[in-house]
Design a protein around this ligand. Sequence first.
Ligand code: NAP
Length: 178
Amino acid sequence: MYRGIYPGRFQPFHLGHMNVIKWGLERVDELIVLIGSAQESHTLSNPFTAGERIEMINGTLREQKIPADRVILIPIPDILMNGVWVYHVKMYVPKFNAVIARNPLVNRLFREADFDVLEPPLYNREKYNSTLIRKQIIISDPSWIEAVPEFVVKYVKLIGGDIRLKEIAGTDKPLERK
Ligand code: NAP
């Protein structure tokens, strides 16, 4: 069994992340999606709780008919010491062989710990970008709906995630678009 982990914050989970999961599943038998910064929520950079991010990913995997026995979702809080982060991750997850990531810090830390590093291609970064999606939600720009899976659109609206983001940003009025 060749197992990979895919770390991310998924704030929110978008179609770029979904494509990385599909890319990863072509290369590993089982994929652990590591929901990083699990302690964070209700901020501009990290509006959603770890539980809400699990729901977004789970619902999308079901919608995409990805077999549940091939993906494991594990939330993990950050720690202050990058040098021991890989050991911290190892405590939370079943044994794995490879990391799937583009983040240079993440790749370096796992390479130093002798794991295989699989770097996925970039999928439509201009649209599939969490920072941009959060901004679009805040200014009521509907473009974000095209950048996330259908399930995530429904889920964000169901939990009032759009309203939460606008409140955190200090406005619920549409702002001028670029
Ligand atoms: P992210 O922004 O949610 O992205 C997750 C991964 O998906 C990244 O590799 C990202 O690549 C990739 N991605 C995003 N959009 C993509 C697209 N359109 N096409 C292809 N790939 C795409 O999460 P992240 O910030 O990298 O998550 C790393 C997590 O590890 C964080 O929670 C961080 O706090 C945690 N961490 C913790 C420690 C510690 O506790 N000391 C140390 C290291 C990392 P890009 O990098 O190119 O965006």
